[in-house]
Write a protein that binds this ligand. Structure first.
Ligand code: DAT
Ligand code: MG
Length: 154
């Protein structure tokens, strides 16, 4: 098996309200990624501002923080080969309108400000570790083997 990677994923409040948690989880499970942590929670403003800190100077920052704190989210950690980049590929583009059919945002969304899912960015190395640490304690990350792992990897 080649090197495994962990990535932080979050179904945003719109995805939760629209009943899309199961669909999103199914896509990652079916792909062969392994769930190693999950937490259904209401994010407070401090956590939201830290999580989206890279965007604090952008005009959409306050609206983004309002939105991400407007209802519960499903925060998760998924593990697998090249997981950060593969999950971003499955998510589609930031704007659902520019996202290909078959991607999460391309299948499930229409509007930039309601794009269903967050995933760590492979173009920002270390963002996965940083985001995982922000949302989860070490002991909440579960080490386990999927029974089909020998069939998922050469
Ligand atoms: P991504 O979520 O694809 O990593 P990002 O990190 O650039 O995208 O932005 C974080 C979120 O902020 C994004 O999911 C939706 C929102 N956003 C980004 N650009 C925006 C814009 N120009 N106007 C309004 N919201 C925006
Ligand atoms: Mg981003």
């Amino acid at each position: 098996m080649s090197e495994q990677e962990r990535t932080f994923v979050m179904v945003k409040p719109d995805g939760v309200q629209r009943g899309l948690i199961g669909d999103v989880i199914s896509r990652f499970e079916d792909r062969g990624l392994k769930l190693v942590a999950a937490k259904f929670k209401q994010i407070d403003r401090d956590l939201a501002e830290e999580h989206y800190g890279e965007h604090e100077d952008k005009p959409f920052f306050d609206g983004l923080v309002d939105f991400i704190t407007s209802g519960p989210v499903m925060a998760m950690v998924w593990e697998g080969q090249d997981a950060v980049r593969q999950v971003r590929g499955m998510m589609g583009e930031t704007d659902p309108a520019e996202s290909a059919p078959g991607t999460i945002r391309g299948d499930l969304g229409l509007d930039l400000g309601r794009n269903v899912i967050h995933g760590s960015d492979h173009e920002d190395p270390g963002s996965n570790e940083r985001e995982i640490e922000l949302f989860f304690d070490d002991e909440e990350l579960v080490d386990w083997e999927r029974v089909d792992e020998t069939w998922l990897y050469e």
